[in-house]
Design a protein around this ligand. Structure first.
Ligand code: GCB
Length: 610
């Protein structure tokens, strides 16, 4: 009986733990105390999930006997009688962060479970709360410390952490992480995408050492009603009674103290008439200090407003045109998931060289580095969750997963001035159930962050080849109407592009969130030969000739800055499992079209008022 009850209850308990984690993990990791757990981790490939399920395919952590959290969880042999059919000490290592498929040839196409393990010799600090923080692991992670489960997380691109104060020992510790990148029909994303499914602990891991009560998260941004009022809140974790929170921005002579409420939250509005507003021309960041009697957290924060008026997009009250480019989080030189700050900088430097002032970070949240660097470099960002193509709209678990990733993305980057747009989805098919799904995401995003704009990459419908209609009912709910179009590549004669008439149903700012075509770097020919750099450059010229005809156009982000790996792209000697729509090819070489867009943006930039 007891066994039955435990088995029934456990999934809910686990869901409860996940839900609690969902309140948002610890943010501003670069400025928190702790140690890095990056480096070499041992690994075991486990295609049958032997370390997780027994021979009846029951998960070890949902049984009373044997008393294990998982077979592979505890990397320490307890006695000679404890027969273990694995031995992490003898296994090779993987670099963390990194994608396994790009480090080990046999894992290139692998989709399944890999167990990571590392030891940690640790002197437990007195009076600290300890958290294992993962910036991202793709896709489902189970984390164990000294054989005990710390928690699980789903979603490959957002951060998560678990408190391990009681699980870590003074002395030697073993940390084991099961990472499973199996694509799932009910996942977000689902099984069908156009990018590489990089498996592994793809971003950095930290052990955070926090005081008994600490600042879990905070928000400090301009109110969307005024350019002279900073609005925000601080959320404490731990007993808050008697504590005060303090907000300082020394350069603005701001120094305010507040008493948190019973939930440990303090909300505030601070008049700040003398702000220098953040913008691409003036990426001004202020040092902010947030403190309690127990700690001080520093951050570099920019202040700006973003809003729409009719079909205009206004940054700090002034009309702005988005000279954009889309990018995946993949390094075209190495073909790996971007894992370091210098790789993120390389991508944004290219965007800068293109004279772009806007980057669409497709199709999932990129690393925190991207947004922090964009803040410093004055690049505006679109951030997106992987609600891509054909998600299971009717599945409430899938909706919960999308909501969770949205919440985690916003919690992490809500203090980045560069981020102006939260995008809910990409090219999703219209239906009532999809509308309800996406509407629910919009409601959450607006409640979590009313200071940014909402969009989604929609599709062009009907109208015929020379008349294109954008009438997706979801356009009603977004602040910006964005759509992807591929005239001249997926159908349509590119010479006709300037003659197309556009029918956009919503009087809102319009962003063409994708357009472009494929070219193999170095392949030359005439401007009508597909896959040549010449054709791609021609497509860019023709599109740029006609794109201003789109009513309400407030910017665009062509597809895409750099070639990226995709299993959907098998054309031999041309694609070879890469999507070739990059302006920069595999190896990091610029194609002709890069210069076309660069010159066009240069001209737009020169015409802009200061
Ligand atoms: C799209 C998708 C993008 C693809 C691109 C393509 O519309 O949004 O993820 O990679 O087209 O290259 O076909």
């Amino acid at each position: 009986m007891r066994r039955f009850r435990l088995a029934v209850l456990l999934p809910f308990l686990v869901a409860g733990i996940q839900a609690a984690g969902r309140a948002g993990c610890i943010t501003n990791i670069p400025n928190r105390p702790g140690i890095s757990l990056d480096g070499k981790w041992h690994y075991l490939v486990d295609p049958y999930e032997t370390g997780y399920y027994n021979y009846r395919r029951q998960p070890y952590d949902q049984q009373e006997q044997p008393n294990r959290e998982a077979y592979f969880a505890d990397a320490v042999q307890k006695s000679n009688m404890d027969r273990l059919e694995y031995n992490f000490a003898q296994t090779p290592t993987l670099q963390v962060p990194g994608s396994w498929g790009m480090q080990v040839e046999q894992l290139h196409w692998y989709e399944g479970t890999v167990w990571y393990q590392r030891k940690l010799h640790y002197r437990k600090p007195a009076n600290k709360r300890l958290f294992l923080h993962f910036e991202a692991a793709n896709y489902e992670s189970h984390v164990y410390v000294n054989g005990k489960k710390a928690g699980t997380h789903k979603g490959g691109f957002t951060p998560f952490d678990f408190e391990v104060t009681q699980l870590l020992l003074d002395g030697e510790n073993s940390i084991v992480v099961k990472v499973d990148n199996t694509r799932r029909l009910d996942g977000a994303p689902t099984v069908n995408t156009d990018w590489w499914n990089h498996g592994g602990i793809t971003r950095s891991v930290h052990l955070l050492e926090m005081p008994p009560t600490f600042i879990r998260n905070y928000k400090l941004q301009l109110s969307n009603r005024s350019q002279k009022t900073i609005q925000g809140w601080i959320q404490l974790d731990g007993p808050a009674q008697g504590l005060r929170v303090r907000v300082q921005i020394p350069e603005l002579r701001i120094d305010q103290t507040y008493a948190p409420d019973q939930e440990g939250k303090a909300s505030f509005e601070i008049p700040s008439p003398n702000l220098s507003l953040w913008s691409p021309q003036n990426p001004k960041l202020y040092q902010a200090l947030l403190s309690t009697e127990m700690e001080t957290v520093t951050d570099q924060i920019g202040f700006r407003t973003i809003e729409t008026r009719g079909s205009d997009l206004l940054l700090n009250g002034k009309k702005i045109f988005l000279r954009g480019i889309s990018m995946h989080e993949e390094n075209p030189v190495s073909g790996t998931r971007i894992a370091t700050e210098s790789e993120a900088r390389m991508m944004l430097d290219w965007a800068n060289e293109l004279n772009a002032n806007f980057v669409r970070l497709a199709h999932y949240p990129h690393s925190e580095y991207m947004a922090r660097l964009a803040d410093q470099m004055g690049i505006l960002l679109w951030e997106e969750i992987p609600v891509y193509w054909t998600i299971q709209w009717e599945n409430t678990q899938t909706l919960a997963l999308a909501q969770q990733q949205l919440t985690e993305m916003i919690a992490r980057d809500q203090n980045r001035a560069s981020v102006i747009i939260w995008s809910m989805a990409n090219e999703t098919p219209v239906s009532d159930v999809r509308n309800r799904f996406l509407k629910s995401l919009v409601d959450s995003a607006r409640a979590l962050d009313p200071t940014r704009l909402i969009s989604a990459a929609l599709e062009v419908h009907g109208g015929g080849p020379m008349n294109k209609v954008i009438d997706d009912p979801f356009g009603e709910w977004t602040d910006i109407v964005s759509f992807n179009q591929y005239h001249g590549w997926y159908g349509g004669n590119i010479h006709d592009f300037p003659k197309i008439s556009w029918d956009v149903k919503y009087p809102k700012p319009v962003i063409v969130s994708e357009w472009g075509g494929g070219a193999l770097y170095g392949l030359r020919g005439d401007s009508l030969t597909l896959w040549t750099e010449d054709y791609q450059a021609h497509l860019y010229k023709k599109t740029l000739e006609g794109i201003a005809n789109i009513p309400g156009l407030a910017g665009f982000s062509p597809w895409i800055l750099a070639d990226f790996r995709s299993p959907r792209r098998p054309l031999t000697h041309v694609q070879d499992m890469w999507n070739r729509k990059g302006l920069i090819g595999e190896g990091g070489h610029k194609k002709l079209a890069f210069r076309v867009l660069q010159t066009y943006y240069q001209k737009l930039k020169a015409e802009e008022p200061d």
